[in-house]
Design a protein around this ligand. Structure first.
Ligand SMILES: O=C(O)CCC(=O)C(=O)O
Length: 322
C-alpha cells in the first residue's frame, strides 16, 4: 500500500458526484457505519439526536461564574493574506474571563466585532450535562475509542473557523444555532496550499501546517491556481441542532457559525479505526513531523515562561495551544 494524502476514501470522495448524506440515528448500526463510512473515512451527517437546547441562558446558568480562556481572533485578519498571519487557531491572542462576562459581550455584539471565540473548551471538569450521554451517541454508531474529553465551542454568529484538518476522527454535534461546514477530501491537501511544515521552526504551534492559506469562499486563482481543482471536490453542508457530523481524519473543514446569535456545538475526537487508515495517511505524518519541528521553539517558550513573573498563566497558555 502506498502513502496517500488521505486514504482509500479519496477515490470515492474524489468522484465529483459524491455528496455527504444524512442518516437518522435510529437507522444506523455499528456494522453499517463501519462498512459505509468509518472503514474508508467518508463523512456522514447523523440526524435525529435527542439533545437539549444549549442556548445562552442555559450556558450562563451552568457556566456563569467559571473562567475560561477565550480566543481573540479580531476581524482584520480576514482582510489579510493568510500567508502573512503570525498566528492561527489556538495560537491567536488569548484572554481569561468568566462565561457571564463573555455573555455580556455576546449581547452587546462586542464578541462579534472582536470575533471572540470559546473554542475547544474541555468539558472534563464541567458539569453541563451528563457528558456520557453525548459521548454515547458516537458509541451508538460504533465509534469506540474516545480520545480526550468532549469539547465545547461557543461562537458569535458569523465567526469562521479557518480551513484545517485533524489527525483523529471527529464528531461535531450541533447544540444551538446552525453551522455551515465546507469539506474537502484529504487528496486535495496540496491544492489547498497548507502552511509549510517548516513554519513550526520559527513559530512553534502559533502557526500550523494543518491549516490552509486559501480562502475557499473568496478564491485568489492567481496566487493559488490549483485551488480551482480543489473546489471541484468541495462539499458544503449546514449542520442543524440535533445533528452530528462525522469528520474523518484528514478531511479539510471550514466552519462558519450562521446567523447573528450565539452558536454552540460540542465535539469529540476518536481513535482512527482501522489503524491502517491512520498509518498510511500522509496528512497525519506531516503533522507528526511538524510537531517535532516545533519542539525547540516550545522549549525556549517554556524557559521564558518559567523565568517570568506570570509563570503559571504563561505555562497555561502554552499548554492551551497543544
Ligand atoms: O465548530 C468549529 O468552529 C470547529 C470545529 C472543528 O474544527 C472540529 O470539530 O474539528
Amino acid at each position: 500500500m502506498r502513502l496517500t494524502s488521505g486514504n482509500v476514501a479519496d477515490s470515492i470522495a474524489d468522484n465529483t458526484t459524491f455528496s455527504i448524506t444524512r442518516r437518522d440515528l435510529s437507522s444506523i448500526s455499528p456494522d453499517l457505519f463501519f462498512e459505509k463510512y468509518q472503514k474508508m473515512g467518508i463523512p456522514v451527517i447523523i440526524t435525529g439526536l435527542k439533545v437539549d437546547d444549549w442556548n445562552l441562558d442555559y450556558l450562563c446558568e451552568k457556566l456563569g461564574q467559571q473562567e475560561f480562556l477565550f480566543r481573540y481572533y479580531g476581524q482584520e485578519r480576514y482582510q489579510q493574506d493568510k500567508r502573512t498571519w503570525q498566528n492561527i487557531g489556538s495560537g491567536v491572542p488569548l484572554k481569561t474571563m468568566s462565561f457571564n462576562e463573555y455573555a455580556k459581550l455576546l449581547y452587546s455584539h462586542e464578541a462579534h466585532e472582536k470575533d471572540i471565540y470559546l473554542a475547544k473548551c474541555s468539558l472534563k471538569n464541567i458539569k453541563l450535562v451528563d457528558n456520557n450521554s453525548l459521548t454515547s451517541i458516537g458509541e451508538q454508531i460504533g465509534l469506540t475509542k474516545a480520545i480526550g474529553n468532549l469539547n465545547l465551542w461557543v461562537a458569535p454568529g458569523g465567526h469562521l473557523e479557518c480551513l484545517h484538518y485533524d489527525t483523529l476522527d471527529g464528531t461535531l454535534i450541533q447544540m444551538h444555532g446552525a453551522k455551515k461546514v465546507l469539506l474537502f477530501p484529504p487528496s486535495q491537501t496540496y491544492n489547498l496550499y497548507p502552511f509549510s511544515v517548516f513554519v513550526h521552526l520559527l513559530r512553534g504551534l502559533e502557526l500550523r501546517a494543518w491549516f490552509s492559506t486559501v480562502y475557499p469562499e473568496n478564491p485568489d486563482f492567481v496566487a493559488f491556481p490549483k485551488l480551482k481543482r480543489a473546489l471541484e471536490h468541495k462539499q458544503e453542508i449546514v449542520l442543524e441542532p440535533g445533528e452530528m457530523l462525522y469528520i474523518p481524519m484528514g478531511w479539510w473543514h471550514e466552519v462558519t457559525a450562521l446567523g447573528n446569535d450565539m452558536v454552540c456545538s460540542v465535539n469529540q475526537f476518536w481513535g482512527v479505526y482501522p489503524t491502517s487508515r491512520a498509518i498510511f495517511s500522509w496528512c497525519r505524518w506531516r503533522v507528526i513531523f511538524s510537531n517535532m519541528l516545533a519542539i525547540p521553539y516550545l522549549l525556549v517558550k517554556f524557559a521564558i515562561a518559567f523565568l517570568s513573573q506570570r509563570r503559571q498563566q504563561q505555562i497555561k497558555q502554552i499548554f492551551y495551544r497543544f
